[in-house]
Design a protein around this ligand. Structure first.
Ligand code: URA
Length: 436
């Protein structure tokens, strides 16, 4: 088989066979196929698309390119939640302890998660703002934490879907990221390799997401649900709003603090609502409870403090400083803070959410390239979000940084993310659709 022929076939709109897709994935992962040929094939896929069967085959070959997690030692339902990426999306940090507290001894969360890149945040980076928190447990330590405490969150282990690491990095520099078959196979290969039986996909849509329109997001969700169900997993996708940052805080330590507040019932309404929705849908997916009971349990664990206690337990089990849960001021704090004020009176008519994420990264809170160091204390506190009324000169956001030039740069980007209008803009739903 020759890579040249595979590229030519896809270039001309053909459907690739199992053997051809396997040849590409294995060859590229092992270094036999050079970047220039892999890039050409990715661009041909980007332009020509893939059939559902090709997307499924690509996912299987990617999943099998490395280790596949064996969760058979977990004595109950295993659940996982994945967000396609957003700004201020810290729901995983709330939903994981909530689920472990909602059905203790029966529902377990073995969560492998990623780092942020560009304008999107990553759960691993957020957790690492807790002093001592170990996101690189061995497989055995990870599984025993899940069995003992009901949940654990770690970074993806080195050999989980190595094909995706290589292909994603190439897509990132060849303008081939925003392609539904490539995104679906990238996400689902990792979710399937991570081993959970029930998977809830939070597909973000809007100015801060990869998917800019609801129809596109539904198409991606359908592709992923079909792949997961075809592999015998229970999968559901929610299409949720990323046309505004979620909650008030963007940036790693700031987001951890906001999750603690949310589990103390003091969190912002949108984040609280979304965390309850995700946790109840995921518990319902196990088949152990109907929707009403699952939702009642999600609300109860926030009300009675058991989700917060579970978060503390997980932080302690993974070596983190549990004092931060009672006193979030022990989280890393930035030394410079500057307030952004509204330039006119009216309403926040639009927020370019990607730009808010970029501003946070520029302040020091994110990576603009893969090898950038991040500063966990940096980021943004939004005082006004989409639809809020503002008075000229009123504070609308606070930027947090440790470097004066980064502060100036991030603040300018943040100022450009806000659009004001004379009339209150329409209320946008948090949830657009669900796909099963
Ligand atoms: N997240 C992923 O893991 N892969 C993609 O291709 C896009 C978002």
């Amino acid at each position: 088989m020759r890579m040249y022929d595979i590229i030519e076939k896809k270039r001309d709109g053909g459907a690739l066979s199992d053997a051809e897709i396997g040849f590409f994935v294995d060859g590229y992962t092992s270094g036999r196929i050079p970047d220039y040929q892999a890039s050409a094939l990715l661009m041909a896929i980007y332009l020509r698309g893939m059939t559902p069967e090709e997307t499924r085959l690509l996912t299987m070959h990617m999943m099998n390119s490395g280790d596949v997690m064996d969760l058979s030692s977990i004595p109950g339902a295993t659940v996982d939640k994945h967000s396609t990426g957003g700004v201020g999306d810290k729901t995983s940090l709330a939903v994981v302890p909530m689920l472990a507290a909602m059905d203790p001894g029966h529902t377990f969360v073995a969560k492998m998660t990623g780092r942020g890149l560009g304008h999107t945040g990553g759960t691993v980076d957020k957790l690492e703002s807790i002093p001592g928190f170990d996101t690189a447990l061995t497989d055995d330590a990870f599984l025993s934490c899940v069995r003992e405490h009901g949940a654990s969150i770690i970074g993806q282990t080195g050999n989980l879907v190595p094909a995706d690491k290589l292909i994603y990095a190439l897509r990132d520099v060849t303008a081939t990221v925003s392609c539904i078959p490539l995104i679906a196979s990238s996400i689902m290969s990792k979710k399937l390799a991570a081993g959970s039986g029930c998977i809830l996909l939070d597909v973000k849509v809007g100015s801060g997401a990869f998917m800019k329109t609801v129809p596109e997001a539904i198409e991606l969700a359908q592709a992923m649900v079909e792949i997961g169900e075809g592999m015998g997993r229970r999968v559901k996708a929610l299409i949720t709003n990323m046309d505004r940052p979620l909650g008030r805080n963007i940036g790693n330590a700031l987001e951890v603090a906001e999750v603690i507040e949310t589990l103390q019932r003091r969190g912002p309404a949108d984040l609280t609502h979304e965390a309850i929705m995700l946790a109840s849908d995921l518990l319902e997916l196990t088949g152990r409870f109907d929707h009403n009971e699952a939702e009642a349990r999600a609300r109860r664990v926030v009300e009675d403090g058991s989700a917060l206690a579970k978060l503390k337990e997980i932080v302690a089990a993974q070596g983190g400083d549990v004092r931060v849960i009672d006193d979030p001021s022990l989280l890393p704090q930035a030394s410079l803070h500057e307030t952004l004020c509204a330039p006119c009176t009216g309403f926040v008519a639009h927020i370019d959410t990607e730009r808010v994420g970029v501003a946070s990264a520029e302040l020091g809170g994110g990576r603009l390239t893969l090898n950038d160091e991040i500063d966990h204390s940096c980021g943004i506190t939004l005082l006004k979000n989409y639809g809020d009324p503002v008075e000229c000169g009123e504070p609308i956001a606070v930027a947090h940084a440790n470097d004066a030039s980064k502060l100036t740069c991030g603040l300018a980007t943040l100022a450009g993310a806000y659009t004001y209008g004379p009339k209150e803009p329409p209320v946008e739903p948090l949830l657009y659709a669900s796909v099963t």
